[in-house]
Write a protein that binds this ligand. Structure first.
Ligand code: KIV
Ligand code: ZN
Length: 523
């Protein structure tokens, strides 16, 4: 029998970065990238990982399967509609997990019943119970979600949850699918469900919030006050539209205000910053500079009066310490004469040293960077490790690039690209060197027989200060309805731009291979 923990002082963290998070436009991840994120989530200590929606595409199925086989501590589950084929596929995808789970959902609001499902309340209630019963035949851990719960009739919601519990659900999730809820209302809804749903004292109540009105974290914390003991969230708050509850914000709120909540999580907070950086690297979705906890300015004190106060005593203006989330101090650490032992030692200090990391490759990348750049900072090491741990045998690889620009001449670029054992050269001119490089890359992509994507967004930022800093470029490419974001880091921003472009092209290729099975998937 599963441990009942809705009355304990521990709030379980359910991470859905790989499922709901991946529904952010352009945030597609391939199997290797999902695996790297999942390993980091295990390092973080999350209790449950939603690894994907196995029935939605072959790619999602493969990713859930790979994550299930690789992890030992957390529950690994797959999302599933209340359909037999979905449940069977989810069960197959998680069968190698040490702690497998299935997450069944169906909408319960009248608006969804009438305009999306075209089902009656009775039919939805029956489908919910039937699906939980079937899922329970495959795994012990079955979560049931009432999609659009915050806009559903509370009394009907009680009967659907009661039926799900009767059929064996161990976790009941109450999603605010559209980001419509208000904290006080959500707190009251949880208190109502907990006392009025028959069997409600036997399950863990879970909260799942979207950020359309900027209240996802506040709503999650209010739900916890109402009795929820599981929070569903994503790293950096990525997700559909305005995103989901941000894991680092909710965890650090519970940690920093333990005096108020008297609750804890199993999260190793020192791993938060690395998780945030890794996700940015993989998805190319940058974190706003003023984002709480992980944003660039989250611990920066600019005003003289604040700086003075912090120098006198940190607690004057700091409610949490950057070290607590594993944020490097950006101190100068290594240079081109530093050896392997010093490199490994620094990785260990920063919590970046992990069994799956190919240290030889990471060290070679560090040496190459130290040759180009005088000072290598902790931030650079975070970027190197993130890149090494998500490196995949790419279909497109940049072999060489030569780009030039003069005051009166036309900017031009010449480059060589490889796919497998085929190579091609291309050259082009453009309005600037980046434009010329992208035109040459587009030619190369076309020569290999692929459709040339449209560039929709291009952004560059420096990882650290100084003119020799590594530039981090992210670009968004579109091919019809499909979008992909690529990311590249290099001391030369033209190189970083080319790497970002090819990373996005590789993701588009991946998406062409693993198209969703049907368009009805996705909550
Ligand atoms: O937002 C939502 O309702 C969901 C459910 C599937 C949990 O993501
Ligand atoms: Zn959601």
């Amino acid at each position: 029998m599963e441990k009942r923990d809705d009355t304990t002082d521990v709030v379980r963290i359910f991470d859905t970065t790989l499922r709901d998070g991946e529904q952010s436009p352009g945030a597609t991840m391939n199997v290797e990238e999902k695996l790297a994120i999942a390993r980091q989530l295990e390092e973080l200590g999350v209790d449950v990982i939603e690894a994907g929606f196995a029935a939605s595409s072959d790619g999602d199925f493969a990713a859930v399967q790979a994550v299930a086989a690789a992890l030992t501590a957390p529950v690994v589950l797959s999302l599933s509609r209340t359909k037999e084929a979905d449940i069977v596929r989810a069960a197959r995808a998680v069968e190698k997990a040490r702690n497998p789970g299935i997450h069944v959902f169906i909408a319960t609001s009248d608006i969804h019943l009438k305009h999306k499902l075209m089902m009656s309340r009775e039919q939805v209630l029956e489908a919910a119970g039937w699906a939980v019963d079937l899922a329970k035949k495959h795994v012990g851990h079955v979560e049931f979600s009432a999609e659009d719960a915050s806009r559903s009739d509370p009394e009907y919601l009680c009967s659907v949850f009661a039926e799900a519990i009767r059929m064996g659900a161990t976790v009941c999730n109450v999603p605010d699918t559209t980001g419509y809820a208000i904290p006080e209302q959500l707190q009251a809804l949880f208190a109502h469900l907990k006392t009025n749903v028959p069997g409600g004292d036997r399950v863990t109540w879970s909260t799942h919030n979207h950020n359309d009105l900027g209240m996802a974290v506040a709503n999650s914390l209010a739900a916890v006050r109402g009795g929820a003991r599981q929070v569903e969230c994503t790293i950096n708050g990525i997700g559909e539209r305005a995103g989901n509850t941000s894991m680092e914000e909710v965890v650090m709120a519970l940690d920093t205000r333990r005096d108020y909540f008297a609750l804890s999580t199993n999260i190793r907070t020192e791993q938060i910053y690395r998780a945030s950086r890794l996700l940015t690297q993989v998805t190319g979705i940058a974190v706003p500079i003023n984002k709480p906890v992980v944003g660039e300015n989250a611990f920066a004190h600019e005003a003289g009066i604040h700086q003075d106060g912090v120098l006198k005593h940190k607690l004057n203006y700091e409610i949490m310490k950057p070290e607590k989330i594993g944020r490097p101090s950006n101190s100068l650490v290594l240079g081109k004469h530093s050896g392997r032992a010093a490199f490994v030692d620094r990785l260990k200090t920063l919590g970046l040293f992990q069994p799956e990391l190919d240290v030889n490759k990471a060290f070679a990348a560090f040496k190459a960077l130290a040759d180009r750049k005088k000072n290598v900072y902790d931030e650079d090491l975070v970027a190197i490790v993130a890149e090494e741990s998500t490196r995949v045998p790419n279909s497109y690889e940049l072999l060489s690039l030569e780009a030039s620009s003069t005051t009166d001449g036309t900017p031009q670029a010449r480059l060589k690209v490889r796919i497998g054992d085929r190579e091609t050269e291309a050259s082009a001119t453009g309005a600037g060197v980046v434009d010329a490089t992208y035109a040459a890359l587009a030619q190369a992509v076309e020569r290999f027989g692929s459709r040339v994507p449209q560039l929709e967004r291009y952004a560059v930022k420096a990882i650290t200060g100084g003119t020799d800093a590594q530039g981090e470029v992210s670009c968004l490419l579109r091919d019809g309805d499909t979008v992909a974001i690529g990311q590249g880091a290099h001391t030369d921003i033209i190189m970083a731009s080319a790497l970002a472009y090819l990373a996005a092209v590789n993701k588009l290729e991946y998406l062409r291979t693993y198209r969703p099975v049907d368009s009805e998937h996705g909550p």
